[in-house]
Write a protein that binds this ligand. Sequence first.
Ligand SMILES: *[C@@H]1O[C@H](CO)[C@@H](O)[C@H](O)[C@H]1NC(C)=O
Ligand SMILES: *[C@@H]1O[C@H](CO)[C@@H](O)[C@H](O)[C@H]1NC(C)=O
Length: 275
Amino acid sequence: MLPLLILFILTSAYAENCSYKYEGIKLSKRSILTIKGLPTNLVINPNNRDLFFTLIDIDTLQDDDVQTEMDQYVLRDGEPIKIDNINGQAAAVDVIKNKVYIASDDGLTVLNKSDKANFVAFKDEDITQLFKPVNSDKLYAVLFPESMVYEIDVKENEKTKIENVPCAFMLAVDAEENIFFECDSKYVKVLLKDFQEPIEFVGIPKNSARAITIDDKNRVILAANDGVYWLKSDSLIPKKLMNLDFIPSGIAFYGENLYLSTSGVIYEFSFTVCE
Ligand SMILES: *[C@@H]1O[C@H](CO)[C@@H](O)[C@H](O)[C@H]1NC(C)=O
Ligand SMILES: *[C@@H]1O[C@H](CO)[C@@H](O)[C@H](O)[C@H]1NC(C)=O
């Protein structure tokens, strides 16, 4: 019986491994971290492969009477390291300057060599989201409680409100400065550069957007409850790239790899083992 059992385990492991498809190409999946809580806001520093994430305490998230607790972490060489000197809520990487910004409930900070957050600007501001386009000096931030989007000039430390985005719970900005966002857990929209009125994408179920990022080909990628979509600035219909059988809470890309998180785990999806 034993050899048959081993064969069965091997076969099912292989099937599980290459059962996902991204743009029609098979992917393998492995867990790179298991941790208690909900890892969100996945961001990778391509200079050293550090993976930043915000870990949300699920008990406080589900309790309406208490404030949701969260901590900012960096996953380095397989080890989660907590950024413990602030209440971190999101991270963004300036790839060219190799600088990591951490948003906190008390302003904007940068991470130093010993993984401590050092205050930069906007004391008393509760910053809940950050986004840094690769080829621009601008940093985008979302401020609590209105969830309005601000463009930050990091040289002058000045912020300007983006009037035509009503609110954002998640956002990404492409190389053409089109702003893709989700507001009030309802819809996914894009505000095209120099336009006044955001446009809504069709076909994505309501309340299903979970995270937005930009991939290595400068495409805007949305992780939603039912799968991964490519959002284009010249089409109202997103292109579905992948079906998912778990609810994602964060998404990031690094080279040939795709990272998706869900409750208690961060997965790495890779193309190489299934070819
Ligand atoms: C899939 O394959 C990779 C590489 O061979 C391995 O590390 C990983 O554990 C496998 N995952 C599963 C779910 O079997
Ligand atoms: C990083 O910041 C912390 C807190 O401000 C400070 O104590 C530490 O000396 C700094 N480390 C480096 C390498 O600058």
